[in-house]
Design a protein around this ligand. Structure first.
Ligand code: TRP
Length: 372
């Protein structure tokens, strides 16, 4: 598994224009972060269910686009994959993050301060710790850590998020969050960030474009029409090709009925109650018949924002030899990202598919309400 995913990193780095030395370094970094789980042959099924990707590969790639510059390549991974249980998974994740901190010389104080909240003795939930690396030129990545608000029980997740924000100095942040169904992740930027963020991810069942447009709480964020347009294009609503969308009540248009939409609210200023960032993630894979369709939507969204889609096309061929039409899920999510003081970004999440490819959906329209 490590061989496969680190070769993917190598090829993606090359496709993203990183130098040979950086690319080789990052491929080795991925192997080191995966630990012993990397050695498990791909012919064996994944050693555990991994919530990180549909086929349980503990690795997912993403490309984050801005206008007028090359996209940034990132890799999300579960360092504790293959550990015996969630508690051991979390401990192994913490060790991996601390090893990165020593190697690249950054502090982990913000994470250390939250350890008791997110790493109880008998944790619950779909993950313990994930980390993401932004693979920048120069061989030193930026690091992000994803924690599980439901670690001490789903019913405690709101309290856990409120307390974590409070400890980081964001005393009024929790009250600024919009309604959601679940607190999915609590994420921290670690290392040399200009403005490290604390981020709260919320899920939204049956989300419609209109409802999504009302979820940003940041000042100077996206306009309603920008969010609605992004939503409709990414979800395939309003196109003949769209398979998604059951009409939601109250005339808000088709909604995400198979897999929820996700919003992310980023906090940087402790002096302000409001978030300084907003992201909307659309799980395009559950609303497209195949990745050819998902790619067309990504291309449309990128072009509309003045971004060159060519690196995404190259990235897909770097991770797999299959044709986009021959499966669905290679592009897992499309996201619209707003952060104060920065141009809007578009992020495409690309699956490793180390273990499995989901077959394309049938050509016929999936009946409304069909659950996957
Ligand atoms: N696989 C999970 C999901 O689809 C978690 C996840 C992985 C995710 N990458 C993501 C969620 C990117 C949001 C954005 O929900």
């Amino acid at each position: 598994m490590g061989g496969h995913t680190s070769r993917q990193v190598l090829r993606l780095c090359e496709a993203a224009g990183l130098g040979g030395a950086d690319s080789a370094d990052y491929a080795r970094t991925l192997l080191a972060a995966l630990g012993p789980a990397a050695e498990r042959p791909l012919a064996l099924p994944p050693s555990a269910d991994c919530f990180l990707s549909d086929d349980h590969t503990p690795v997912e790639f993403s490309l984050s686009f801005v206008p007028g510059a090359a996209p940034t390549l990132r890799v999300l991974l579960e360092p504790g994959f293959g550990a015996d249980g969630l508690a051991a998974n979390g401990r192994s994740g913490l060790r991996a993050v601390r090893a990165m901190a020593r190697r690249w010389g950054f502090g982990t104080r913000r994470l250390d301060e939250l350890e008791d909240l997110f790493f109880p003795p008998a944790p619950e939930g779909p993950l313990a710790l994930w980390c993401a690396l932004e693979l920048l030129p120069g061989g030193v990545p930026k690091v992000k850590v994803y924690l599980n608000p439901a670690a001490a029980g789903q019913e405690r997740s709101a309290d856990t998020v409120r307390e974590a924000l409070h400890r980081l100095g964001h005393r009024q942040a929790f009250a600024a969050l919009p309604e959601g169904d679940r607190h999915l992740f609590f994420a921290l930027d670690l290392g040399a960030w200009e403005k490290p963020r604390a981020k709260v991810y919320l899920t939204h069942r049956n989300l419609s474009a209109t409802a999504a447009a009302g979820l940003s709480r940041m000042d100077g964020g996206p306009t309603r029409s920008e969010v609605e347009r992004f939503f409709r294009t990414a979800a395939g609503h309003g196109t003949a090709a769209g398979t998604g969308g059951r009409d939601s009540p109250a005339g808000t248009g088709p909604s995400l009925h198979r897999r929820p939409g996700i919003t992310c609210h980023a906090f940087t200023e402790t002096g302000s109650a409001r978030p300084s960032g907003f992201t909307l993630h659309i799980p395009v894979r559950d609303y497209a018949r195949h990745d050819g369709e998902a790619l067309d939507r990504a291309v449309a969204v990128l072009r509309r924002h003045g971004m060159d889609p060519a690196p995404l096309v190259r990235a897909l061929s770097a991770v797999t030899a299959r044709r986009p039409e021959d499966g669905v899920g290679l592009i897992a999510y499309l996201a619209l990202v707003h952060q104060q003081g920065r141009p809007p970004r578009i992020t495409a999440y690309v699956s490793s598919e180390a273990y499995a490819v989901r077959p394309p959906a049938a050509e016929v329209r999936v009946p409304a309400g069909a659950a996957l």
